[in-house]
Design a protein around this ligand. Structure first.
Ligand SMILES: Nc1ncnc2c1ncn2[C@@H]1O[C@H](COP(=O)(O)OP(=O)(O)O)[C@@H](O)[C@H]1O
Ligand code: SF4
Ligand SMILES: [Mg+2]
Length: 336
């Protein structure tokens, strides 16, 4: 199957007063059409930076030092990809409040989105005909109903501050799906919400994306959330992707020592890596080679000196490690 999104060898740094923060180091991973991919890792490992690089909205002090991002056969780092962003690729941010304007009603803001990003809008069309407006109004009603928001007419007249956090996030999910995108990027979309509402909204996002054939790239620091809603998982450590695998395989047969340590630290989630001596390295002075080597029980001179390449030891299972766990294919059990 042809990949929908593929990120290859992506290296991103931030220029700061203290030097360059080398935040993404040769990151590679790919997504297939229709899949829900979890991008998992501790706070600071580079999830948001990766999401922003794909969306083309890196901060001004960021520089892409190497790599490529391709989406549906288009080079996203090339010129003139604005039409893709916001329509073929949409975004659900962590804080839905910050992405609404306080000055306009919810209805005005969804209307403005559809004026420019409606699936009916032809490229270059600056007008807004009554026919298109009417079709879009019907789409908006259907999308808000699909995210299970009641009393839609009243909701459309409200201002963002009059909505609860859960309602705002449901509106964001509707807005992300309205342009009929191929990919929705959701950056820790529910961390501001209480756990029950989080779970409801994530399941809804998964269900609606699947019904509409959209892929979702979903960042989270919580492995349990990834387990519940994702088809595949990519785990990052300190700006390098460690492992990408189908979710069942990932939890049953982790190959990267970091992933194995993460899983061992469950169910004390949030206290991940408690059992591993050492700290996450600073992006200003990352260790050479594999960035996990100062903490890895299996590290060798090779790990300390050489770039760790991404390999695919089993179909769809990628690992970036010189000495990964081996799992025999026949019985699914450990190699030793
Ligand atoms: N604009 C910026 N300038 C300098 N450093 C940044 C900037 N944005 C993020 N960083 C740093 O990049 C690293 C990764 O951040 P981020 O991508 O937000 O991680 P995550 O989303 O996984 O928590 C962190 O060390 C963070 O401090
Ligand atoms: S490359 Fe080496 S240091 Fe890094 S995780 Fe693998 S064994 Fe450990
Ligand atoms: Mg983040």
């Amino acid at each position: 199957m042809v990949d929908l999104l593929s990120v290859t060898d992506l290296t991103v740094g931030f220029a700061t007063e203290n030097g360059t923060a080398r935040v993404l180091d040769h990151v590679s991973f790919a997504m297939r059409p229709g899949e829900i991919m979890g991008l998992v890792g501790e706070s600071g490992c580079g999830k948001t930076t990766l999401a922003r690089a794909i969306l083309g909205v890196l901060p001004n002090n960021a520089a892409i030092a190497s790599g490529s991002i391709s989406f549906a056969q288009t080079d996203l780092l090339g010129r003139d990809t604005a039409a893709i962003r916001g329509r073929d690729i949409t975004f659900i941010p962590q804080d839905p409040f910050g992405s609404f304007s306080p000055l306009f009603s919810v209805g005005d803001q969804i209307g403005e989105l559809m004026r420019w990003k409606s699936p009916d809008r032809a490229p270059g069309d600056t007008g807004y005909t009554r026919t298109r407006r009417r079709a879009d109004a019907a789409r908006i009603q259907a999308a808000l109903a699909a995210v299970q928001l009641p009393d839609i007419e009243r909701l459309l007249r409200k201002y963002p501050h009059e909505l609860s956090g859960g309602q705002r996030q449901r509106v964001m999910v509707a807005m992300a799906l309205l342009p009929e995108p191929k990919l929705v990027i959701a950056d820790e979309p529910t961390t501001a919400l209480d756990v029950t509402i989080q779970a409801q909204i994530l399941k809804l996002l998964r269900q609606l994306a699947t019904e509409r054939g959209a892929s979702v790239l979903f960042t989270t620091h919580d492995l349990g959330t990834a387990w519940e809603i994702c088809d595949r998982v990519t785990v990052m450590y300190a700006g390098q992707e460690a492992e990408t695998a189908p979710v069942a395989d990932f939890f049953a047969r982790p190959r990267h020592p970091y992933t194995a340590a993460l899983l061992d630290s469950l169910p004390t989630q949030g206290a991940a890596l408690l059992g591993i001596p050492g700290d996450v390295p600073s992006p200003f002075a990352p260790p050479p080679g594999c960035r996990f080597h100062p903490r890895c029980p299996r590290a060798t001179d090779l790990c300390r000196a050489s770039h760790n390449e991404t390999a695919e030891p089993a179909p769809g299972h990628f690992v970036r490690c010189h000495h990964p766990n081996e799992w025999p294919i026949q019985d699914g059990g450990p190699a030793s």
